[in-house]
Design a protein around this ligand. Structure first.
Ligand code: PLP
Length: 442
């Protein structure tokens, strides 16, 4: 056995014994060990210990927007670590990267979102948003407003509030006790939102939260009318509208933010992932200037919410350079153009395979949905998407499947630097993978 092979074996055994993986099938890990042990990332590619190079068709977790292996970012992080690795932002202490990043975010965010509360990721951002919204209503003299309404098929993370807001039932069923005061409206119907508000009592509703494009719940793209109507309903009942741009922020859908497609301004916005492209852990919540003014005017004490790593100087320095790269390399325009290529690729595949029902994309966020009978929207008894994921991985392409609520969907979210040739490579692999699955089920 070579030295490298025995090292891989050693790591596989240690992984099985000691590493409890997030959102992973524990049985498969115990039986087979980890699917990949990655050692290197470069551009749209990841390489594992055995030397296998794969296309990261998901930008890992919808987050490595600028692609892997950017030395420029590691230099910025190293410089920041050697000058000021950490200092707190509690008690009004501050640091330059956090200040400059909050100013930059105010410049690029939709509407009049002007102030940022920093967190370490998406779930913390969502929990922060619910608490800030509720605190806001306490300050405004309406303490009964505490209910949060979200959408079916939504995903907002795994912290207690974020799980409770998540519209995918399976995530909520994972635990036997959830946070109170979360309610769900049908994900494509503004009327359903109105009904939930009416039945719960408008004077008890603090906020409505929505992803601009639903990601983990199966990549559902709402119509322009949907968000226009939702904004109007929130205004009518005086409810705060929170957007969860954790996936859709920073160029993913071909605009800076997902909400830019809809010309609708939220009162609060959660972000994470693409703000650093995964080079450091950072998220945040932005609030409108009106809310910021109200907080300042009405608050008599301390804003009693904060994470040790809120405004981490290294993460903020990384984010600033990441945003500079996104702008310098026109990655948002590339996301829009390559998104069209991706959709064209899907349409070509759809013409070749009977099993493909629906295809859709907005920028570089895309989906292929499998159906046994398109007319009747009938599903296969065994979903095809997970099988295609396995076949694609064997051929060098990493993707993800969504099978919640009877769905059978493949989702895509490649790095924003992807080229037309690389999309063609993805489509060739996908073609072979779907062919293998269609043959296997015949
Ligand atoms: N919100 C959305 C829309 C997400 O897709 C995710 C993660 O995928 C989260 C929140 C949670 O983010 P994190 O995993 O960084 O806590």
């Amino acid at each position: 056995m070579s030295q490298q092979t025995s090292k891989i074996e050693e790591l596989r055994e240690l992984d099985k014994k000691h590493y409890l993986h997030p959102t992973s099938p524990i049985g498969a890990q115990q039986e087979h060990g980890p699917a990949f042990i990655f050692t290197k990332g470069e551009g749209i590619y990841l390489t594992d210990m055995s030397g296998q190079k794969v296309i990261d068709g998901m930008s890992s977790l919808w987050n490595v927007n600028i692609g892997h292996g950017r030395n420029e970012i590691s230099e910025v992080a190293s410089k920041q670590m050697s000058t000021l690795a950490f200092s707190s932002s509690f008690a009004t202490f501050s640091n330059e990267p956090a200040i400059r990043l909050s100013a930059k975010l105010a410049e690029i965010a939709p509407g009049d979102l002007t102030a940022t509360f920093f967190t370490s990721g998406g779930s913390e951002s969502n929990d922060t948003a619910y608490k800030l919204a509720r605190h806001y209503w306490i300050l405004k003299g309406e303490p009964k407003r505490k209910k949060i309404i979200s959408r079916t098929h939504s995903y907002h993370g795994v912290a207690m509030g974020a799980t409770s807001a998540t519209g995918i039932q399976a995530f909520r069923d994972f635990t036997n006790s959830l946070a109170p005061d979360f309610h769900y409206a049908d994900h494509m119907s503004p009327e359903s939102l109105r009904q939930v508000i009416e039945s719960e009592g408008p004077e008890t509703v603090a906020a409505f939260i929505s992803e601009p494009v639903q990601g983990a719940g199966g990549l559902h793209i709402a119509t322009k009318e949907y968000f226009k109507a939702v904004r109007e309903i929130c205004d009518e009942y005086g409810i705060l509208f929170i957007t969860d741009e954790v996936i859709t922020g920073f160029g993913r859908t071909g605009t800076y933010f997902g909400m830019d497609h809809y010309d609708v301004a939220p009162d609060m916005m959660c972000f994470a992932k693409g703000v650093t492209s995964g080079y450091a852990q950072l998220g945040g919540v932005m609030i409108s200037s009106r809310m910021h003014e109200d907080f300042t005017k009405l608050s008599t004490g301390t804003l009693l919410h904060g994470y040790t790593y809120s405004g981490h100087p290294v993460a903020c320095a990384v984010a600033l350079r990441n945003l500079e790269i996104i702008e310098r390399e026109n990655l948002i325009a590339n996301s829009s153009q390559m998104g069209e290529e991706l959709l064209n690729g899907f349409i070509n595949l759809q013409a070749s395979f009977e099993s493909i029902g629906d295809v859709r994309a907005l920028g570089l966020m895309g989906a292929i949905e499998f159906m046994k009978d398109k007319e009747k929207e009938e599903r296969f008894p065994q979903p095809l998407a997970p099988m295609v994921v396995t076949e694609a991985a064997k051929r060098g392409l990493i993707l993800r499947s969504v099978v919640f609520n009877g769905q059978d969907t493949l989702v895509f979210s490649p790095p924003l630097i992807i080229t037309k040739e690389q999309i063609n490579d993805m489509m060739s692999i996908l073609h072979e993978a779907i062919k293998a699955v269609e043959t296997a089920i015949k």
